[in-house]
Design a binder for this molecule. Structure first.
Ligand code: PAF
Length: 280
């Protein structure tokens, strides 16, 4: 497995090796990332993973500085999964000058939910993903795999790829969960043992919300408020628990129809912000 840090070295490592499949990450890899890597492996001739903690997608109050950097352990795990090339640029390698030119996603999609609570997040994500796509694919066709835990992120990236006609197939990977149902996330490592035991309540709240939303007399705003209040009573600070249309993340029009909806949630437990979602 090659470990490269600059775009030039990445291009040299990929030259003549065919169509890449690509898994972008911020490192501190867990089993969920490795599932993405396993899914990506047969989708190209050469498998690339990137590891880059992207300052542009963090608010000044968020955990950019403390985000765990575990390059050696990450590389060992990637090598064991058959990854061919790891691209781990420094900030200077990827942003040699202040990044003044950014990708502004469609506010109708990107200013909702995560974008509302993390202003600028999707501009930071789109800008780095565009840059990573150019570094890895150089405008040639390929495939990139993203986890569905970041549901809105995947939708924003699909729209970016479509609107810029990038020749990249975006593949969504199912959420990997711990045996108790907690969605795997690098940020789970921040949880104390007590918080870790409690953390599964976010996915349980989404399950209950989804079930209740399908009842004929469902009052969605009331159900969402009750779901948030139930988590608050357990010591969480919810940002949102909501039922949206899968197609555009807008509130459902008319009577909610099974198979077209997604329950999404984001809530803080102690200092750790967790997100999860459930299509139904
Ligand atoms: O989902 C992530 O880990 C990040 O948002 C990504 C796509 C690697 C961009 O920094």
């Amino acid at each position: 497995m090659d470990l490269v840090h600059t775009i030039d070295d990445l291009r040299a490592a990929l030259a003549g090796r065919g169509r890449p499949s690509f898994v972008p990450t911020m490192g501190n890899l867990h089993d969920g990332h490795l599932a993405l890597v396993r899914q990506a492996k047969p989708l190209g001739d050469v498998l690339v993973a990137s590891i880059f903690v992207n300052r542009l997608q963090f608010l000044p109050t968020e955990d950019f500085d403390s985000y765990p950097r575990t390059l050696q352990a990450d590389c060992s795990r990637l090598e064991a999964e058959g990854c061919d090339v790891v691209f781990a640029p420094s900030e200077h390698d990827l942003y040699p000058e202040p990044q003044r030119f950014t990708i502004a996603p469609d506010p109708r999609l990107a200013d909702l939910l995560e974008g509302h609570f993390r202003p600028g997040f999707f501009t930071g994500v789109c800008t780095v993903v565009m840059k990573l796509f150019w570094a890895v694919f150089g405008g040639a066709p390929g495939t990139a795999v993203f986890g569905r835990k970041d549901y809105q992120q995947q939708m924003v990236i699909r729209q970016m790829v479509r609107q810029f006609a990038l020749p990249v197939d975006i593949v969504g990977a199912d959420i990997s969960r711990a045996p108790d149902g907690l969605a795997l996330s690098s940020r789970n490592a921040y949880l104390s043992p007590e918080e870790r035991a409690e953390a599964v309540q976010l996915s349980r709240a989404l399950q209950a919300l989804a079930q209740a939303a399908l009842r004929p007399d469902a009052d969605l705003p009331a159900l969402e408020a009750a779901a948030a209040q139930a988590l608050r009573a357990r010591g969480w600070q919810p940002d949102y628990l909501t039922v949206r249309q899968c197609s555009d993340l807008q509130p459902p029009q008319g009577k909610p129809r099974q198979g077209t909806l997604v329950a999404l949630g984001a809530a803080r437990l102690g200092t750790t912000r967790l997100i999860d979602n459930l299509e139904f």
